[in-house]
Design a protein around this ligand. Structure first.
Ligand code: AHR
Length: 528
């Protein structure tokens, strides 16, 4: 008798033992527990805000094509983009910048005669001013969102900003109200948020903290919202420039503003302190947005998690001067910032958006949610065609990015209530980089359901989730997961469905839930 079958059997057995060992090591079960009876802070819908600057094709081509365009539009605003954004329930849009805001003069962009100016910050290109106040407010109306307007502190005056607010908000028959009416909008506009300057420590005018503080107080005092519907309820919230990174100068800046806030008098106040933090690893941005491997995947995700340390640091300073947490930390610029796509105008900040960006978005949204008592607003940079965009367009074509789908999956978390979740995240390690393998948040939605987001950071191994729920009996669960073949998989105009959510099955039984997370995936499930 030949010994070959026996050898084959032995080899087969060895493989089986190896496979079983490997699966017990890697397909490790992650145990989670949530207690629905112990709700935490509200996850403000404004955490899911967007940022649209006059930069590259962010506004022109991305939103505005003009009423005479062959691209289907409503009063010049793209119908395809509006339909896509409506599905995200975008709570607020920050506009017109960014650095652009501190060179913006609103009068040049109203009425029948628009002034043609330049955009020196972003490629030195022509700014036609065809998208101005009325077009922005029309866009918000079409997508169902609220205005977060940044006024020009760097090269404008308090008077210019005050008159802009009067133009937008007064119901009284002033000259500015009549101008607004003759430009097509007799009723006052609602301005929900006002940003006073942008990065005033840098592109907004290189101000010292004390200099900015005195400017802030002047703008805060005189730039008033006159909308009758915003006097008692729905008051406009004013947001001061805050830190922009991790260096000691940002702590000094935050200390200066918050210390003054503690002593503030009847004549000035503030409701938010802005924080900007991009995932960039090194400056100038050098990481490729597509065509990268696992090492760059791990490096970028490690870098993005530094957001948590920054929020902790600035929250601690804010707690010292504002223990009641009246002032929100507003992360109104965040997201990935990579090298410009080859062949694109470097001033237009064009980059691809991959599965890595979806994971990055989920990790940040989760950590904002965990800090929901202080972080009550955030704006990803930027909405369309710029940096970590939701949407990319090319003439009549439009594609939704992996980040878009993350925002869509998170809609149920808007204005939900955080529910604490306990879990051992495990570790994903690659090239001397160690990261928490799994990240999870849980919340009670406005619909009464328990919602969970579960991110499996590990690009190689699935994660078996075993969730124990107390405070409710789980009867059924359903959800969606977003993953793709590779860490750098993207959606393109020709292949728009490479990274799209797919249904996931979860088993709910006797208060427990089990589900398997695909490697490198973002999953949202609801439990009833
Ligand atoms: O989002 C691009 C730019 O980054 C913004 O204009 C500026 O505020 C920041 O430095």
């Amino acid at each position: 008798m030949s010994s070959k079958p026996l050898v084959r059997q032995l080899i087969g057995l060895a493989f089986l033992i190896l496979a079983l060992t490997a699966s017990s090591v890697y397909a490790q079960e992650i145990k989670l527990s949530v207690d629905v009876s112990k709700p935490g802070a509200k996850i403000d819908r404004n955490l899911f805000g967007q940022f649209a600057e006059h930069l590259g094709h962010g506004i022109y081509d991305g939103i505005w094509v003009g009423p005479n365009s062959t691209i289907p539009n409503t009063r010049g605003i793209r119908n395809d983009v509006v339909a896509a954004l409506k599905a995200l329930r975008v709570p607020n849009v920050r506009w017109p910048g960014g650095c652009f805001a501190d060179e913006y003069h609103w009068r040049k962009a109203i009425g029948p005669q628009r002034q043609i100016t330049l955009n020196p910050n972003w490629g030195g290109v022509i700014e036609p001013n065809t998208f101005g106040t009325h077009e922005f407010m029309d866009f918000l109306d079409q997508i169902g969102s609220e205005a977060y307007v940044s006024v020009n502190v760097g090269s404008g005056t308090p008077q210019e900003a005050a008159e802009w607010l009067e133009y937008m908000t007064t119901a009284q028959p002033t000259t500015l109200q009549k101008d607004r009416a003759s430009n097509g909008h007799p009723a006052p506009y609602k301005i929900a948020f006002l940003g006073i300057g942008n990065e005033s420590w840098d592109c907004g005018g290189n101000m010292s903290p004390d200099y900015y503080l005195s400017q802030f107080k002047i703008y805060d005092r005189f730039v008033r919202n006159f909308n009758p519907a915003q006097q008692d309820k729905d008051q406009m919230l004013k947001i001061a420039v805050g830190p922009g990174g991790d260096e000691p100068r940002w702590s000094e800046w935050t200390e200066t503003i918050m210390k003054a806030y503690q002593q503030h008098t009847w004549s000035w106040d503030m409701n938010g302190l802005s924080m900007h933090s991009y995932t960039v690893v090194k400056w100038p941005p050098a990481f490729a947005s597509v065509g990268f491997g696992e090492t760059e995947y791990a490096q970028i995700l490690k870098s993005t998690l530094e957001m948590d340390g920054m929020i902790n640091k600035y929250s601690a300073i804010m707690d010292k001067y504002d223990p009641q947490k009246k002032v929100a930390l507003v992360v109104d610029e965040w997201g990935s910032w990579y090298a410009p796509l080859p062949g694109s105008n470097p001033g237009f900040l064009v980059q691809q958006n991959s599965l890595r960006d979806a994971v990055l978005a989920a990790l940040n949204l989760n950590l904002f949610a965990r800090h929901a008592d202080r972080v009550r607003m955030a704006n990803i940079a930027q909405m369309i065609n710029v940096l970590q965009a939701m949407i990319m367009t090319d003439k009549e074509k439009m594609v939704l990015t992996p980040t878009y789908y993350v925002y869509k999956m998170y809609v149920p978390f808007q204005d939900s209530t955080l529910v604490p979740v306990r879990f051992e995240a495990g570790t994903y390690a690659h090239d001397n980089i160690s990261l928490p393998r799994v990240d999870v948040i849980a919340a009670k939605g406005k619909d009464g359901k328990l919602w969970l987001e579960l991110t499996n950071v590990d690009p190689n191994q699935p994660a078996e989730i075993d969730l124990n729920i107390s405070g409710m009996t789980a009867k059924s669960a359903s959800g969606e997961t977003l993953t793709a073949p590779k860490v750098d998989s993207v959606n393109t105009f020709d292949a728009p469905k490479t990274v799209v959510p797919k249904p996931i099955s979860a088993r709910a039984q006797g208060g427990d839930l089990t589900l398997k997370l695909e490697p490198k995936s973002v999953t949202v499930v609801s439990i009833e």
